[in-house]
Design a protein around this ligand. Structure first.
Ligand code: ADP
Ligand code: MG
Length: 593
């Protein structure tokens, strides 16, 4: 026999297992969802690789998941014909926490400890493979990767800090490919080995798995059997005067066991949008992206003609946990399929500009080759068209949130993703028209609630030509700037650009609805109240003071001028028309430090 190797779990795994076994009791049934989702991932991986290496499918062509229950012994066996695991993969995958889902869970657990509520966290997040220990005290994994000619067995027990791996040497137990997970249920959980219960759970949890799931079910069919006539009957009939001897048939139910297809395998995006409910879209989102909050919006569409593809896009309710990098996002937010075959979730950057990297969704194309690579995507005309459509749909979806009756929805969106859209103003000239109406700013007339540019324009004075703004580091410092005095007096609204990126975004836009953005801190501000006569008078009276001041200040200022822009302050420092604003200078300084 092959030697048995004993391994210790990584410390985090031990801690997690301990939690699972000893404190997380609610909603144990999610173990099945987690194991099915792993099986489905393994099948996805195999299907993808087999596009270029068809020999991987040898031995077992069917890609499916089978769940068998042994009620008597309290055992559930879940088998998939997926990619399997090599020895090294077994150690890496089932002995360490190398995947995001579980790490996310541990973080949420920590956060919820701080806030004092950890109800149903497993239900929300899932803890992956280890959730098997919610119901089992012993788990045996048998696995065969097509990359290796050996088959391995992994065995772990609840309340143990170690597991074992051995090579399978009994030819009777050889499987062609894939993974089989045997759960020896805890004494109190043996009820899960009931075939009907498993069937119900599969239907409930695996609505969106695109591989067939079979469960082992007892069935029966009725057949008619011929029986000898009951002599008493015969006599009765004889009394009626019927003397003919008759054969009789009886219906009996024949019982047998067989595999039964238990799920619906049509992917949700292939269905008619009219027939899919919001709940189903949200469920799909949560299951596919491992999210527990409902999305803010979704959009399901098909495009035909030049390029054919189907897609469901979502706007998440929050930014991902942890520090997010909007400059180099590695999000895995878009799952690309070609003719229903999952290809990769690594191509977001090719399908969406980085400022829209927060959009999640699935895209299924009929026009791309199955062995599509990043290089192909980057050069493909089809992808360019897809990208354009996807971006447009994403904007429609965001616009939809902004028009929602519930103003809070968009406030939430803006808080999470406003920065992304501002980045878009800088990076995506082509979509300025779509981006600008989505922007929000505080203003001199709305310091609490942000307004849109449309609201600003609506509120403009009849003879007002420009959109005024002042950039500052906070609403408080913006509203206290002396530049505002005269605009306040004339009741002109001024946008407060208080996020460092605001000013760059606005200067990139240049104008909105043919109205230019004008920085009120720059020289030559014309708010339409020029009085030549008076200016001349002032110049005569104060001209020599200006000359004197310029002489005293020398190179520290470009010039000293008389202006009518102040009401109560005696003087103010302004930026040159073509120079950086004070705010920009502050930003540049901050960057060089
Ligand atoms: P996740 O699915 O989030 O990666 P899990 O704890 O559910 O985390 O699984 C850990 C890893 O174990 C998976 O990433 C995968 O590499 C491996 N694995 C689990 N189940 C299977 C399976 N049925 N077939 C192949 N690999 C599997
Ligand atoms: Mg998993």
């Amino acid at each position: 026999d092959a030697p048995v190797e004993k391994y210790e779990y990584q410390a985090e795994v031990s801690r997690l297992m301990d939690l699972i076994v000893n404190s997380l009791y609610s909603n144990k049934e999610v173990f099945l969802r987690e194991l099915i989702s792993n099986a489905s991932d393994a099948l996805d991986k195999l299907r993808f690789l087999s596009v270029t290496e068809p020999q991987l499918l040898e031995g077992a062509a069917e890609l499916d998941i089978r769940i068998q229950t042994d009620q008597e012994n309290g055992i559930i066996t879940l088998t998939d014909s997926g990619i399997g695991m090599t020895h090294q993969e077994l150690v890496d995958s089932l002995g360490t926490i190398a995947h995001s889902g579980t790490a996310k869970f541990l973080k949420a657990l920590k956060d919820s400890k701080d806030s004092g509520s950890d109800s149903n966290l497993i239900g929300q997040f899932g803890v992956g493979f280890y959730s098997a220990f919610l119901v089992a005290d012993k788990v045996v994994v048998t696995t065969k990767s097509p990359k290796s000619d050996k088959q391995y067995v992994w065995e772990g027990e609840a309340n143990s800090s170690s597991y074992i791996i051995r090579e399978e040497t009994d030819p009777e137990k050889f499987i062609p490919r894939g993974t089989s997970i045997k759960l020896h249920l805890k004494r109190d959980e043996k009820g899960f080995a009931h075939p009907e219960r498993i069937e119900r759970l599969v239907k409930n949890y695996s609505q969106f798995v695109s591989f067939p799931i079979y469960t082992w079910q007892e069935k029966g069919y009725t057949k008619e059997v011929e029986v000898d006539e009951d002599p008493a009957e015969a006599q009765k009939e004889g009394a009626d005067g019927n003397v003919e001897k008759k054969k009789k048939t009886k219906k009996v139910v024949e019982k047998y066991w067989d595999w039964e297809l238990t799920n619906e395998t049509q992917p949700i995006w292939l269905r008619n949008p009219k027939e899919v409910t919001t709940e189903e879209y949200n469920e799909f989102y949560k299951k596919t992206f491992n999210e527990y909050l409902e999305p803010l919006a979704s959009s399901h569409f098909t495009t035909e003609g030049e390029v054919e593809f189907r897609s469901i896009l979502y706007v998440p309710a929050i930014t991902p946990m942890g520090k997010e990098d909007i400059v180099n996002p590695k999000t895995k937010n878009i799952r690309l399929y070609v003719k229903r075959v999952f290809i990769s979730d690594d191509f977001d950057g090719e399908l969406f500009p980085r400022y829209l990297s927060f959009v999640k969704g699935v895209v299924d194309s009929n026009d791309l080759p199955l062995n599509v690579s990043r290089e192909i995507l980057q050069e493909s005309r089809i992808v360019r068209i897809m990208r354009k459509r996807l971006v447009r749909k994403a904007f429609d979806m965001i616009l939809g949130i902004s028009m929602s009756e519930n103003r809070e929805d968009y406030e939430k969106f803006w808080e999470n993703f406003g920065k992304h859209l501002k980045l878009g103003c800088i990076e995506d000239r082509e979509n300025h028209k779509r981006l600008a109406p989505l922007l929000r700013f505080f203003s001199s007339q709305s310091e609490e609630e942000m307004i849109s540019l449309d609201e600003y324009v609506e509120n403009m004075k009849p003879d007002q030509k420009d959109i005024y703004y002042i950039a500052a580091d906070s609403v408080t410092s913006a509203k206290n700037t002396p530049f505002l005095e005269r605009l306040y007096e004339k009741d002109l609204e001024v946008l407060f650009l208080v996020d460092p990126i605001d000013e760059v975004a606005v200067t990139n836009l240049k104008s909105y609805k043919e109205k230019n953005f004008v920085d009120i801190s720059k020289e030559d501000l014309d708010i339409g109240d020029k009085n030549e006569e008076k200016e001349k008078e002032m110049k005569q009276e104060y001209g020599h003071i200006c000359d004197w001041m310029k002489k005293r200040l020398g190179d520290k200022v470009a010039s000293v001028q008389i202006s009518n822009r102040l009401k109560t302050s005696p003087c103010v420092l302004v930026s040159g028309k073509f120079g950086w604003s004070a705010n920009m200078e502050r930003l540049m300084k901050a960057q060089t430090v």
